[in-house]
Design a protein around this ligand. Structure first.
Ligand code: UDX
Length: 460
């Protein structure tokens, strides 16, 4: 099909590249001309394994291209994905400004005979699908008034606006977004139009049937859940809120383990063996970060409160996550006492491995807290070399040896694989004080102890 993807961020670029990979003609519409130029030159503006290969493949085959010109991207698109950002506003609401801009840029291209499908893939506040419909119909009826003095609400506005909106939330994890797109656990489609749902099912058929050329062994067909717009929009928020709650839950149990002598790794394994609980997302540590969890939980909380409900559990999920980050500071104080003047090395900056994304990264919270306590912070990350306004609060090391040299403590913040295979004896030699705090319970504890270093984990 002829597809337009509005927004070339993490979600839009992966969506466009994967849809081209399964045989569609895709135009990415990105107003940031620098980003569009980079993508057209085959350069990804972010780190995402496998996406680089699909970008090059799509450009080479001619099935994927990018533009800043709405007319070029929208005029003959059959399906239009909206992958724009919905960042949090001051009031804790998800901003829908970009969504409004996208809807109004689409409106003039909806007059043809063929129904166009507008797919909201970004995480949008519940009710956004109907809101987009209203925006477009109002815009078109306004345009009609200018041209034909048509009374508002007349059938002309309906015929002028030949489109349907489908909510198709993304469940992409950074660092494995391509895998999550091509081999999803499920596809969720919400709309009041059955024909629109069927058209999107046709678009996704190669993924549903798992019959595109891929190296992945054939797996079962992908379940497709069709529902209303509101339910589809809520599924996205509820999924992220649950995943974050699961992590905050195990981090709460970790706090209890530390006080009564349990080992959180054993406890997590023990509860995870119950199929109803499952072992994933039970890794205790410094807590969750990223562009979605906090944003989506705060937005869902705002919606709940707006409609008269106090979301106690959502509040707790946020609070326990803040406690998890503060725990690492407490452990440093327990071991080093006064932090003023102490040299602390942070291993990892990105919010999780295999990405360069710093959004709501625990590392930034630690840098701020340690700087404010007068500690000297040095940081090292395999891909991140710039932390924006935090650059003034920390010194960058170019490797682990430099990070450890003269340090009073090293803190594992992001469990990059390379951090788990170190020459701990050499590290012990160059540190000023032999303290390793494992903020992800990912380091080889016995090896570290054998090297004469002190090991402090989370919940164990
Ligand atoms: C998440 C959701 O998983 C994804 O479905 C949604 O579309 C976007 O948000 P992402 O934020 O990319 O994906 O990363 P994810 O792998 O979910 O990890 C989120 C955070 O939780 C990271 O900071 C990670 O370090 C942390 N985490 C994850 C834990 O602390 N413990 C765990 O067991 C798992």
């Amino acid at each position: 099909m002829r597809v337009c993807v509005i927004g070339a961020g993490y979600v839009g670029t992966v969506t466009g590249a994967c849809l081209a990979h399964i045989g569609n003609d895709v135009i990415g519409l990105e107003l940031d001309s620098a980003k569009t130029a980079k993508l057209s030159a085959g350069e990804l503006p972010f780190v995402e394994p496998d996406c680089q290969e699909l970008l090059e493949q799509g450009l080479a085959s001619g099935r994927l291209r990018f533009t800043t010109v709405p007319d070029e991207a929208l005029s003959d698109a059959e399906v239009i994905f909206v992958c724009v950002g919905t960042p949090l506003t001051e009031s804790g609401e998800a901003s829908t400004d970009a969504l409004r801009e996208a809807a109004l840029s689409i409106a003039p291209h909806l007059r043809g005979d063929n129904e166009k499908i507008i797919i909201t893939k970004s995480t949008v506040p519940v009710g956004s699908g109907d809101w987009v419909t209203m925006l477009i119909e109002d815009d078109l009826s306004g345009r009609n008034d200018q041209n034909k003095q048509v009374k508002s609400g007349s059938p002309d506005t309906k015929s002028a606006a030949n489109f349907s909106v489908v909510s198709n939330p993304e469940f992409l994890r950074e660092g494995c977004a391509v895998e999550d797109f091509l081999y999803p656990d499920r596809i969720v489609l919400g709309s009041s139009s059955a024909t629109a749902i069927n058209k999107v099912i046709d678009l996704y058929r190669p993924i549903i049937e798992q019959d595109f050329t891929s190296s992945c062994p054939a797996i079962a067909k992908i379940p497709v859940l069709t529902t209303t717009l509101e339910s589809a929009e809520l599924i996205k928020y509820a999924a992220n809120a649950f995943l974050a709650t699961k992590i905050s839950f195990i981090n709460e149990i970790a706090q209890i383990c530390e006080r009564v002598g349990g080992d959180i790794e054993q406890v997590a394994e023990g509860i995870g063996l119950d199929r109803r609980i499952g072992s994933s997302f039970l890794n205790a540590g410094i807590g969750w970060g990223g562009s979605c969890f906090r944003k989506d939980i705060v937005a869902l909380k705002h919606t709940a409160e707006e409609y008269g409900y106090t979301p106690t559990m959502l509040d707790a999920t946020l609070e326990v996550n803040d406690i998890a980050r503060a725990t690492v500071i407490r452990k440093l104080q327990d071991e080093l006492k006064i932090l003023k003047g102490k040299r602390i090395g942070l291993m990892g900056l990105s919010f999780k491995p295999l990405t360069d994304d710093l959004r709501d990264a625990p590392s930034l919270t630690l840098i701020n807290r340690l700087h404010n306590s007068g500690a000297r912070v040095t940081v090292f990350d395999p891909v991140v070399t710039d932390i924006g306004e935090y650059n003034d609060l920390a010194r960058f090391a170019s490797n682990m040896e430099e990070l450890a040299s003269g340090a009073d403590a090293l803190v594992l913040v992001t469990e990059w694989p390379e951090f788990c295979v170190q020459d701990w004896k050499q590290i012990a030699k160059v540190m000023r004080h032999p303290l390793i705090i494992d903020g992800r319970n990912a380091l080889p504890r016995q090896e570290i102890l054998d090297a004469g270093l002190q090991y402090v984990g989370i919940g164990r």
